[in-house]
Design a protein around this ligand. Structure first.
Ligand code: SAM
Length: 316
């Protein structure tokens, strides 16, 4: 699909470029905020799986820049934003970047060091593994990424804090909901208007972090296993019965974002400028080292009939 054609079919892609966002995902976080007011009183925030950085941009524009530009600001006590991703990303004002893996327990220590030992008010996680197209597999890998995010949450989030995480809806959604409910009395699954209906993605909005009394983060996985295991992983699990029959849980599910706003599943006519032709904008900030970069270089080289240079081999 060419860029202009994508501009037509994906209004949020076009709007992201017009408004200077690095990715259309920015609108998802903004629409979640419209419904849940997630930024209120937030001084320290962690953005897990942040690259290329549109959620970090939202955090910078909503929290850091207004505090920095406030008339009474002396440049001190500004909100702290720590962004983590496996991939490097171009700098964003007010955002501390850490290149790291959220499944590594030491990542939580790095965050706490940046907060001078204090805890975060908000943790957001838009992490996604490379999608295989095998629905069950993608949902399982995604739920593992959320549990890695939850592990970090149990180390860095203050009591009363919030956690927003991307989920893939599927047959283990109830299980994930029950696991999150162990730590948050209020959990809502939200579908922002900018997230296409055809996509299985949604966002868990978890409020008022309240770990069980005497909870030790080391016991997290034992505690989660008591609720159950993803279907098909462990048939012997004895506790998932309470997700069925009269005990079945009903998950609060909410569409968010102005319902009269743009529909992500619709095509919109392209706006004409002065000369009557439409000019597609360049992406605001392409990823600086995307994992697919080598594959693109190889494709380009083969299209130009250039022999594959040794250092471009995908096998290395
Ligand atoms: N929120 C981002 C934005 O608005 O620009 C988009 C995030 S993108 C959908 C998913 C990101 O998850 C990718 O950049 C990927 O590198 C990251 N990711 C996947 N697994 C990860 C892991 N184990 N640790 C850190 N980042 C991870």
């Amino acid at each position: 699909m060419g860029r202009a054609s994508r501009d037509k079919r994906d209004i949020y892609y076009r709007k992201a470029k017009e408004e200077g966002w690095r990715a259309r995902s920015a609108f998802k976080l903004l629409q979640i905020d419209e419904e849940f007011n997630i930024f209120e009183g937030v001084k320290r925030v962690v953005d897990l799986c942040a690259a290329p950085g549109s959620w970090s941009q939202v955090l910078s524009r909503k929290l850091y820049l207004p505090a920095k530009l406030a008339p009474d600001s002396n440049g001190e006590n500004l909100p702290l934003i720590v962004a983590i991703d496996l991939q490097p990303m171009a700098p964003i004002e007010g955002v501390i970047q850490v290149q790291g893996d959220i499944t590594n327990a030491r990542t939580a220590e790095v965050v706490i060091r940046h907060f001078d030992g204090c805890k975060a008010d908000l943790v957001v996680c838009d992490g996604a593994p490379d999608v295989t197209g095998l629905h069950d597999m993608d949902e399982f890998v995604q739920s593992q990424l959320i549990l890695a995010g939850l592990t970090i949450v149990t180390h860095v989030l203050k009591e009363g804090g919030k956690f927003i995480a991307k989920i893939f809806r599927g047959k283990d959604t109830s299980l994930l909901y029950c696991q999150l409910k162990l730590f948050f009395p209020v959990v809502t699954f939200a579908k922002p208007k900018s997230s296409r209906n055809s996509s299985i993605e949604a966002f868990a909005v978890c409020e008022n972090y309240s770990p069980p009394e005497g909870f030790n983060p080391k016991d997290l996985h034992r505690l989660l296993e008591k609720v159950g295991s993803p279907s098909g992983v462990d048939d012997t699990d004895c506790c998932s019965g309470w997700l069925e029959g009269p005990n079945k849980v009903y998950i609060p599910f909410l569409a968010c974002g102005d319902l009269r706003g743009y529909d992500s599943d619709r095509s919109y006519p392209l706006p004409k400028v002065d000369g009557g032709t439409y000019q597609s904008l360049d992406p605001v900030q392409p990823p600086i080292a995307p994992p697919y970069k080598r594959a693109l270089e190889l494709k380009k080289a083969s299209n130009q009939g250039i022999r594959e240079p040794e250092n471009l081999s995908l096998d290395s």
